[in-house]
Write a protein that binds this ligand. Structure first.
Ligand SMILES: O=P(O)(O)OC[C@H]1O[C@H](O)[C@H](O)[C@@H](O)[C@@H]1O
Length: 643
């Protein structure tokens, strides 16, 4: 455990001591982003939340919601960001991405204007506090505690400051965790720890997962889990109202500021020590159950470096640049402590891309990405390691590679997790989003595959629903590497998934200390894998005349309807009896699914088939139908068919 673990290292009124608060965060991304932070953003902003009381925010946001049910909300953007002009419009609802908020936080990319400015972010954070206050059904007002963490993005600090300001000026307290993982943020709503004033009432994670460097976003949690789509819409509507009212001048209550406090808490140490305890427990409380195992980790320059030791060398020059060298030294000593694998006895040399770097210079931090998987596979081979582990930027997704270089991601990871879960629970129902041979593989062991629609929140909510109607479910997963277990509060946690693999290894090594990752690979022996598995993403040109002014969603639905009609005339094809989303069709020994993306103007097409010929037949069936829609870019499909 880190020497500073569990210690609150600073209490400050952010508004009064902002520079101090800014320099006291404890993670290396603070170093990485020194050049890119918007130091003047708060002085420049026009949004006048600084004197707003919680009661006032709550009143205006709620009153407005009940009196106005507009579907489209827009208002003037403030000038907090250098990129958005005062006349630019902000459509708050456009920032909604399913159950998350996502936007552009850094300018400079053509065609992608900044819409997640600091004032907008500040208003959203205030709106979350107001929403939370309502949820808590407090009598009028009570001070809330909200944790705030971020991944390694270059806009992390300015948005952290904006979120903090939004909450504190609403009169609530902020616990800043600095660089953190998304699951750790949720976990902070459950952790019992009086010293650190945990659990918090709510948590905010600043992340845009694996998206490019210029994007960022917000995820919100309460002890009941991640917020759903309706909650996010509610918060955005409140935020729009707060934003609008704030920029129009003050009310009497604006003068009666009631500011919350800001504390910096080393929560990642608390969270990591829980992971360590879980592995030790499954190995009969052995102190170093992974002793002798060589595990390499690829954090993709995201927030997953805590799993292994963070190298100090890249930060040494900050000792000389800093005007607070002792603080930097203290930080370095703190960082020089492996939080998960080393305490468990594993060797971690050869781990890579552990330094947080929001430009993601090495590869996209995404376990679905081919280059990313190639990088960790290479690291396993170069280091002759027993196991490789890879995380996405905010560690809610993960994948592994065994000692022979076999990728344990996508379907294989679902199969592996299903196998592990089926060994542990008696009433079995495995749920995942993509239909595959996992069902066949585990049917004998009591596993039942429940196919559902894409989206991590969708599969988790479906698993929870199944439990409430008496169909016991223990695992919710999708091929993206998102996975949640009932035993872990349905928390969508890439690190916990990897801990489950480590548990399995640790338990096996009690019986045979020489056992390696073959123990894991053996669990998916017999998994029938299609020889062709492909995802082709067909873009809809939103400006195309064929949309006739309609939305890309309507257009996409029309494409799907046409496809459905067209395949009903083909005797080789059979539409799935239950379509949770899009059009799913089996034929030629395989299947395809064409659906609307959850958030982009895109129709993703998944094909699985026993041979390239069969995949082409399935692809041609789709092409015949979709080529009648000129706004749909079918280049990628044509390319696949001509290969
Ligand atoms: O619909 P798509 O564009 O393929 O995106 C689908 C993905 O969207 C987000 O990234 C969600 O976090 C994932 O859970 C989901 O799988």
């Amino acid at each position: 455990m880190a020497a500073l673990s569990g210690k609150i290292i600073q209490n400050a009124f952010l508004a009064q001591h902002r520079p101090q608060a800014r320099h006291s965060t404890r993670y290396p991304s603070d170093f990485c982003a020194l050049d890119t932070r918007s130091v003047h953003s708060f002085q420049e902003r026009r949004l006048r939340l600084a004197g707003t009381s919680a009661k006032w925010l709550n009143t205006i946001s709620t009153a407005w919601i009940s009196s106005s049910k507009q579907a489209y909300i827009s208002c003037n953007a403030a000038q907090g960001s250098s990129v958005v002009s005062s006349s630019a419009k902000v459509d708050f609802l456009k920032l909604q991405n399913g159950s998350d908020i996502r936007g552009v936080a850094v300018g400079g990319v053509e065609g992608e204007p900044v819409n997640l400015t600091e004032p907008v972010t500040e208003a959203i954070a205030s709106a979350f506090a107001a929403w939370l206050l309502n949820k808590k059904k407090a009598d009028g007002w009570r001070r809330l505690r909200i944790s705030v963490g971020h991944d390694s993005r270059i806009s992390a600090h300015k948005l952290q400051d904006a979120v903090t300001l939004g909450i504190t000026t609403a009169g609530h307290d902020v616990l800043q965790f600095g660089l953190a993982s998304t699951p750790a943020m949720f976990n902070s709503t459950l952790t019992e720890d009086e010293i650190n004033h945990l659990p918090v009432d709510g948590a905010i994670m600043i992340t845009a997962s694996h998206l490019p460097y210029n994007r960022n976003g917000l995820k919100f949690f309460t002890s009941a889990g991640g917020l759903n789509k309706a909650d996010i819409k509610d918060i955005l509507e409140r935020a729009s109202r707060i934003y609008e009212d704030s920029s129009h001048g003050s009310t009497q209550e604006l003068e009666q500021a009631s500011k919350g406090e800001v504390s910096n808490v080393d929560y990642m140490s608390i969270y990591a020590s829980d992971l360590v305890k879980a592995v030790r427990k499954s190995a009969g409380n052995k102190e170093k159950p992974l002793e002798g195992l060589h595990i390499v980790v690829d954090a993709g320059n995201g927030a997953g470096g805590f799993f292994v030791v963070i190298p100090l060398l890249p930060y040494l020059h900050y000792l000389f640049l800093s005007n607070a060298p002792f603080l930097v030294l203290e930080l370095m000593l703190f960082l020089d402590q492996d939080k998960v694998l080393k305490p468990l006895g594993a060797i971690t040399t050869g781990s890579q891309f552990l330094e947080p770097d929001g430009m993601f210079p090495n590869h996209i931090p995404n376990p679905e990405d081919k280059t990313a998987m190639k990088a960790i596979t290479q690291a396993v081979a170069d280091n002759k390691a027993d196991l490789g582990i890879i995380f996405d930027t905010d560690v809610d997704r993960s994948a592994a590679v065994d000692s022979s270089g076999r990728e344990l991601n996508r379907n294989r990871l679902i199969a592996l997790m299903s196998a592990i879960v089926l060994e542990e629970v008696f009433v079995r129902l495995v749920l995942c989003s993509i239909c595959l041979s996992v069902a066949h593989l585990f049917y004998d062991k009591g596993g039942k595959h429940h196919r559902f629609k894409r989206g991590y929140k969708n599969v988790i909510d479906e698993a929870i629903r199944l439990n409430t109607i008496g169909e016991e479910s223990h695992l919710a997963m999708e091929t993206s590497g998102h996975g949640a277990l009932k035993e872990n509060h349905w928390l969508d946690d890439g690190a916990y998934l990897m801990v489950k693999l480590l548990n399995k290894l640790a338990a096996a090594r009690i019986l045979n200390p020489n056992v390696g990752s073959k123990v894991l690979t053996d669990l998916v022996e017999g998994l029938e894998e299609a020889s062709v598995t492909v995802e082709i993403r067909l873009k809809i040109d939103q400006n195309h005349a064929d949309l006739k002014g309609g939305s890309f969603r309507d257009y996409g639905e029309a494409v799907l309807k046409h496809l459905e009609n067209s395949i009903s005339k083909d005797e080789h094809l059979c539409k799935a009896p239950k379509n949770y989303e899009g059009v799913r069709v089996s034929g030629y020994g395989g299947w395809f699914l064409l659906r609307l993306s959850l958030h982009d103007p895109v129709l993703p097409l998944n094909i699985e088939a026993p041979s390239k010929d069969d995949a082409i037949k399935l692809g041609l069936a789709v092409l015949t139908a979709v080529s009648e829609f000129p706004a749909l870019d079918i280049t990628a499909l044509n390319k696949f068919l001509q290969q």
